[in-house]
Design a protein around this ligand. Structure first.
Ligand code: WAQ
Ligand code: MG
Length: 251
């Protein structure tokens, strides 16, 4: 589903389903579009067939929460985590600077993610205006229920968390990915995260000031032996379904 207003992207969401569930989910997606912070004037739903054999199954990353009281402390916490994953401080600073000013040309947000070479700090995504969109990721019904329940229990339930954990899980299970850094472009949603196979999905509160509509994602990748085409093809095209939920920790 993609919803826009005056030709500007408002919200999007996607699912991987059996044919039998297709019609039910239409309803859910339309409701989601209509309940977005900006009312869309256009909603499109696109359906594509996926071969069963092509699907990979994954366990979601463990979820932790760091309660950082200010944007400054949140940035420090995020940087420490990224350093612990072996990324150089100067490269991390570059990623922060980009997300803070707006990574697309002219200082606006991107629809997709930045891919950053951890040796040089160079952006290597082919289209620096759009970025790379992670797609074809979902939960089994049982896994979705289980993550909803665990998030509710820890009082951190939000559809953004569920979607972001799915994206981070897909991104981090590829060995090219060293870590991911993200915060939302929604002005009311200030919790961001650092994720990696090693650290899990670490939520950090106050990653940006309330009211800021700057947000984005950076995938830090190891350039050694990297085939950028294969990597992007995996992110965009490989169907991944989460069938098991990692541990959800309280804060
Ligand atoms: N693939 C790659 N990049 C994306 C995708 C995607 N599928 N979706 C969004 N982005 C990029 C794009 O640049 C957006 O501007 C930016 O990420 C933020 O997207 O656990 O909601 O959908 O509480 O606003 C984090 C949840 C929520 C933290 C992140 O991101 C928590 C969020 P948003
Ligand atoms: Mg958004």
């Amino acid at each position: 589903m993609r919803a826009s207003s005056n030709n500007i992207h408002v919200t999007g969401s996607e699912r991987i389903l059996d044919e039998a569930n297709l019609a039910n989910v239409f309803n859910e997606l339309v409701c989601r579009a209509l309940s977005s912070h900006i009312k869309p004037d256009s909603i499109s739903i696109n359906v594509e067939k996926i071969e069963h054999d092509a699907i990979c199954y994954a366990e979601s990353l463990d979820i932790k929460t760091v309660k950082s009281p200010t944007t400054e402390s949140a940035e420090k916490d995020a940087k420490k985590l990224l350093e612990a994953n072996g990324i150089k401080t100067e490269i991390i600073n570059q990623a922060f600077n980009l997300l803070r000013i707006g990574p697309a040309a002219g200082g606006s947000n991107m629809r997709g993610a930045i891919i950053m070479d951890i040796d040089t700090g160079k952006r290597i995504e082919p289209d620096t205006k759009r970025g790379v969109r992670v797609s074809r990721i979902d939960y089994t019904d049982a896994a979705r229920k289980s993550i909803e329940k665990a998030l509710l229990m820890h009082d951190i339930f939000h559809h953004r968390v569920i979607d972001a954990v799915a994206i981070a899980t897909k991104v981090c299970r590829r060995e090219e990915t060293i870590a991911e850094l993200c915060w939302s472009d929604n002005p009311d949603y200030t919790t961001g995260y650092v994720a990696s196979e090693k650290s899990g999905y670490v939520r950090i509160t106050n990653m940006k000031e309330k009211g800021s509509s700057r947000g984005g994602r950076v995938f830090f990748v190891n350039p050694e032996g990297l085939s950028l085409n294969d990597y992007i093809n995996y992110l965009e095209r490989q169907p991944v379904i989460i069938n098991k939920i990692g541990t959800v920790y309280g804060s």
